[in-house]
Design a protein around this ligand. Structure first.
Ligand SMILES: [Zn+2]
Length: 381
């Protein structure tokens, strides 16, 4: 940690990140990875010695990372423009609830009772883009707080603490009390693009946006995505939405047809199986190709088709097995007790009621053995 008598490093405050850079002297180099201000007037350069050493009293050359600072400044101006556009669109009752600015993005939280529509967000972006193209110079100056607070054209935030002297960031159409770093003119922002809008609490919205080259890269990546989607669907931009809708309808129809085929196949299977009960009491013991989720209804349906019977069904799916036993209520047998007798064979556990019980198992290779053991036990009891 290094403290200098004077420094160009901007410390983390007012939602803006601290500067990065380095401090170098003849004896060493200190890389600054954060700048903070724990008390007013004291600026801490936080970092690590990357070369040699520094001692108290050394004269250093302090160099901030200019490109990061430039992007951060552009994003901070972006926050002011966003705030101006939102208030112009939604009215002056909209209030800032917090903001965050770094070199790659900006974020503004504000009060608004309903979500802005995509169209409104587009309008906000357009208002800001027009102001960027006007290239209005940005002035900063200090004035007495008393004077600033009585000027309704200067935006200040209720709850913020201000000293006797305050700094005004003046973009002609937008004036705010702010100590942050800013672009020299609105044109420096180049581009402004909203990347996300969300709710963070009841009545509080959050907009995340980008300016400059990082906004440009974002737009390029969006175009790249669109281009991949176009080539995936083999359709030009104009026909893309129609093509996606058409494919969705076709997929839904195909799924519907598949479901009805599956239903028919299960019905056919249950009719074939209903004829296969043997012994006394009539018992059906089979491994069936029925998904786990459909097995209980399938077994119930078979019970209806085969009165006074015992139905034992097994099914295999993704390396696991499922066993189901159904007993006609008129028979002196307990499905739950029966399944508990063989659940260990498939390394499983199960439960249920007197007339129907199920068990899931981790040893599908023993499913046949479990079913046969159960059938023999029923026939011999
Ligand atoms: Zn500001």
């Amino acid at each position: 940690m290094v403290i200098l008598d004077q420094t160009p490093f901007y410390p983390e405050k007012g939602g803006q990140v601290g500067d990065l850079g380095d401090l170098s002297s003849e004896k060493g180099c200190f890389t600054v990875f954060n700048t903070k201000t724990p008390v007013n007037g004291v600026i801490l350069q936080i970092g690590t010695m990357t070369e040699g050493c520094l001692e108290k009293g050394d004269v250093v050359h302090a160099k901030i990372n200019a490109s990061l600072r430039k992007n951060t400044a552009s994003n901070h101006t972006g926050v002011h423009l966003l705030q101006w556009a939102l208030r112009k669109h939604f009215g002056d009752s909209l209030e800032q609830q917090g903001s965050l600015v770094d070199s790659s993005k900006l974020r503004l939280d504000f009060s608004l009772s309903k979500a802005p529509s995509p169209k409104e967000l587009q309008q906000i972006e357009e208002m800001i883009q027009k102001k960027i193209l006007e290239n209005t110079p940005i002035k900063t100056y200090e004035m007495a707080y008393e004077k600033a607070s009585s000027d309704p054209s200067i935006l200040q935030f209720f709850g913020d603490k201000y000293g006797d002297k305050v700094r005004v960031v003046d973009i002609d159409f937008s004036k705010e009390l702010c100590g942050g770093t800013h672009a020299k003119a609105t044109g420096d922002l180049g581009t402004f693009v909203i990347v996300k809008e969300s709710a963070i609490a009841k009545g509080i919205r959050r907009i995340e946006a980008k300016t400059g080259l990082s906004a440009f890269s974002y737009l390029q990546s969006e175009r790249e995505l669109l281009s991949s989607v176009k080539s995936f669907f083999k359709a030009p931009k104009e026909a893309l939405l129609e093509k996606i809708e058409k494919e969705k309808i076709e997929k839904d129809d195909a799924l519907k047809a598949l479901k009805s085929l599956e239903k028919k196949a299960l019905k056919d299977l249950s009719e074939t199986l209903a004829k296969k009960t043997t012994g006394s009491p009539p018992t059906l013991a089979e491994i069936v190709d029925v998904p786990f989720k459909d097995l209980p209804t399938f077994a119930e349906d078979l019970t209806k088709k085969c009165p006074h019977s015992v139905i034992i069904l097994g099914s295999l799916q993704n390396g696991r097995c499922q066993l189901i036993v159904r007993v006609d209520p008129k028979l002196p047998l307990d499905a739950k007790a029966l399944i508990q007798k063989v659940a260990h064979i498939i390394e499983g556990g199960g439960g249920g009621k007197k007339h129907a019980a199920t068990a899931g198992g981790k040893k599908p290779e023993n499913l046949r053995l479990a079913i046969e053991t159960l059938k023999t036990f029923i026939q011999e009891s």
